[in-house]
Design a protein around this ligand. Structure first.
Ligand SMILES: [Zn+2]
Length: 249
């Protein structure tokens, strides 16, 4: 699904609004940087999800073989659980936040709260988190080239440790790939897991509220092409009032 000439949505489960791949995949974004393509998050690659996502890339007239980077916002399974399979299928490098890299490399189910998520029924008991080689760990302020375009890393912990968002200054617009840091309507996803922090989430929202951008492209639910900063401002206002922004779920 074309968002603009430089950003596409190529995956995401029915529960996440688009029905472009299997549940519980997050929104899977594709950036077209000209001579190079990159995915922002990749979902779980459960069942036929990986092939459906690659089919969606082809349907946009783009060649999946040109995907050279799989760029991860955080280590939750609906965002990064399929990274090993995508890496193997595409021969692409996986780029992850420094704070998420160890858990992704080792497949540490407790570190990524998969044990809690399984107990809560989000994932099948027999689901296994496949470790993945991380080619590059990124930190605050670093840049990632995608062809002619460039992403900037913004560390936004709170939803979980090691979470980052990515700012893309495109030809048409500035896009914030917010992962699970903040959603449309100023919503958040704060969960009863060991590495979720209301205070860190509020600090991350305050940080994002200082950034100028047009499109808010979160990992779930609605997207916003222009005026996306207004959604972050709603969350910021809730935090300033000492309240926790409403949860998305
Ligand atoms: Zn998450």
């Amino acid at each position: 699904m074309r968002v603009t000439d430089e950003v596409f949505i190529v995956g995401g489960g029915i529960a996440n609004a688009f029905g472009l791949s299997a549940d519980p995949d997050c929104h899977v974004y594709l950036i077209d940087g000209g001579d190079e393509l990159a995915l922002i998050d990749c979902g779980m690659a459960a069942g036929d999800s990986l092939e459906r996502i690659l089919g969606n890339v082809r349907a946009e007239g783009l060649d999946p073989a040109r995907i050279t980077k799989i760029i991860v916002t955080h280590y939750h399974m609906d965002h990064a659980g399929g990274a090993a399979r995508f890496r193997e299928r595409l021969g692409a490098e996986v780029i992850a936040p420094a704070g998420a890299a160890d858990a992704l490399r080792t497949g540490d189910e407790r570190a990524v709260a998969l044990d809690m998520a399984k107990a809560a029924g989000f994932y099948a008991q027999d689901y296994r988190f496949e470790p993945v080689d991380i080619a590059r760990e990124v930190h605050e302020g670093e840049h990632i080239a995608v062809g002619m375009l460039e992403l900037e890393v913004i560390e936004t912990p709170g939803h979980c440790d090691g979470h980052v968002s990515y700012l893309l200054r495109g030809r048409e617009r500035t896009y914030l790939f917010a992962g699970d840091a903040v959603f449309s309507g100023g919503r958040v996803v704060l969960q009863n897991i060991h590495d979720c922090s209301i205070q860190k989430s509020a600090e991350s929202i305050a940080k994002l509220a200082r950034i100028e951008f047009d499109a808010l492209l979160p990992g779930h639910a609605a997207i916003c092409l222009d005026g996306g900063a207004r959604h972050v401002a709603l969350a910021f206002h809730s935090c300033q009032s000492l309240f926790v922004p409403k949860n998305l779920v």
